[in-house]
Design a binder for this molecule. Structure first.
Ligand code: HEM
Length: 420
């Protein structure tokens, strides 16, 4: 098959912002083996659903680039908003996720040192302290929204503490991250003044990151940003511009995904009869629960790549310049691998997944994220053994694909727990 402009208008009506927002996987399962690579006009991308095809793309940096890997808004943005979106990070340096070799290799080698298993282990007591503090705070309410009261603030505070960002900035960082999501994934028109406000928020985010990097260059502290700049434990350094551009990425990539994973895990496990009791009494381990959550609904369900040359993927001939969406989340739902991929059952079968990607862009924070998620489960199981979902309709996913974020998850403690 070869791609021409007529075929661009064909393809499959995959709509993860609308009809398939809560469950993109049934649609993908419907196409199954017959069409493992299909064109989705709404995303203007070729969707790749089989592990072997994704891995082939991820291993081939001669034919595929990560330069344009983020989702795009399908709404035409006002010119000043587009300009701010192009420039908010500052001129020059690119975030690690958009780099191709050899630049990617140089930057990633320095970043890696901050997230090795040994460094994550050394930081674990801090993660535990943050989880315990937040659990204590939410435990004061009989009912709360798990996403906004625990998952998001927890994940944000953890990555900010690792970077060395003072707590007074947490609220602003939360707002800026939200504004970034809205602008990147916007699929329907909205008030131009609202877009301008979001874009100005991003400009502030970029300015904040640059000023923080300059501050740490001038007066280093015992934190990751200083280490990246000062030849500390890393043994190599980045320039102040290179560090400034990584800061928003580390904050964003480091907290949205973990918060989403917690949302999925708690929704599924609390929703299964007796499920939370099995976690509390240790029949289900935090590790199994985390892996099953990552498999069942991978928090970053996909990422884009661009074909640099005419190339074949999964038997489909693509023209140079084609955009591909590697649907990492589909790997966990592969019926060739798992008898019942749509069921959530931690520990019962292998939770094989591709939730952290693969190849040179494999998630920088995979060990960190797994630790962070396991600690949250352990701490909450100990502090809130009676946690339960508030009865009601199932929570909706936000229209922010390929992020898989629940909009809210109302939970409660049983009456006896309230008065502990
Ligand atoms: C459950 C949580 C997480 C999930 C599911 C996740 C998922 C992913 C995936 C799928 C990729 C590959 C993207 C691609 O192929 O283009 C990635 C890359 C990345 N992740 Fe994560 N991530 C998580 C947590 C974190 C954390 C905690 C950090 C903080 C350090 C982080 C930082 C990054 C960075 C910087 C990259 C880009 C790496 C590169 O391009 O070399 N992630 N992540």
């Amino acid at each position: 098959m070869s791609l021409d402009s007529a075929q661009l208008n064909e393809g499959r009506a995959f709509d993860p912002y609308g009809a398939h927002r809560d469950d993109p996987y049934s649609f993908l399962a419907g196409l199954g083996e017959a069409e493992p690579v299909f064109y989705a006009p709404l995303l203007n991308a070729w969707c790749v659903t089989r592990r072997e095809d994704m891995v082939a793309v991820l291993r081939d940096d001669r034919n595929f680039s990560a330069r344009d890997h983020n989702p795009r808004s399908s709404v035409e943005l006002p010119e000043d908003v587009s300009r701010m979106l192009r420039t908010w990070r500052g001129a020059g340096a690119l975030a690690v996720g958009s780099l191709d070799p050899p630049e990617h290799t140089r930057i990633r080698d320095v970043l890696n040192v901050g997230f090795t298993p040994a460094r994550v282990r050394a930081f674990e007591p801090t993660i535990r302290e943050i989880a315990a503090g937040l659990a204590e705070r939410v435990a004061a309410s009989a009912e709360f929204d798990f996403i906004t009261a625990f998952a998001v603030p927890y994940a944000l505070e953890v990555i900010c503490r690792r970077l060395g960002i003072p707590a007074e900035y947490l609220d602003r960082l939360r707002t800026w991250s939200e504004q970034r999501i809205e602008l990147m994934m916007l699929q329907s028109s909205t008030d131009p003044d609202r877009l301008r406000e979001f874009a100005r928020g991003l400009m502030d985010f970029g300015a904040f990151a640059r000023s923080l990097a300059h501050e740490r260059l001038a007066s280093p502290q015992d934190d990751l940003i200083s280490e990246l700049l000062h030849d500390g434990k890393a043994g190599r350094t980045l320039t102040v511009d290179e560090v400034a551009v990584q800061i928003p990425t580390l904050i964003f990539a480091g907290h949205m995904t973990c918060a989403e994973a917690l949302g999925t895990i708690f929704f599924q496990q609390l929703g299964s009869p007796g499920g939370w009791a099995e976690v509390v009494d240790g029949r289900i381990t935090p590790r199994d629960l985390v892996e099953e959550g990552l498999r069942f609904d991978s928090p970053l369900a996909g990422m884009y790549r661009t074909a640099l040359h005419d190339v074949e993927v999964g038997g489909v001939q693509l023209a140079a310049g084609s955009r591909l969406l590697l649907l990492y989340g589909a790997v966990g739902r592969d019926s060739r691998v798992r008898a019942c991929p749509a069921g959530f059952s931690p520990g019962s079968e292998s939770s094989s997944h591709l939730a952290f990607g693969q190849g040179i862009h494999f998630c920088l924070g995979a060990v960190f994220a797994r630790t962070e998620l396991e600690v949250a489960i352990e701490v909450l199981a100990a502090r809130m053994p009676d946690l339960a979902l508030v009865p009601g309709p199932p929570p909706r996913h936000r229209p922010v694909f390929p992020l898989r974020a629940l909009s809210a998850l109302p939970v409660r403690q049983s009456a006896s727990a309230e008065f502990r």
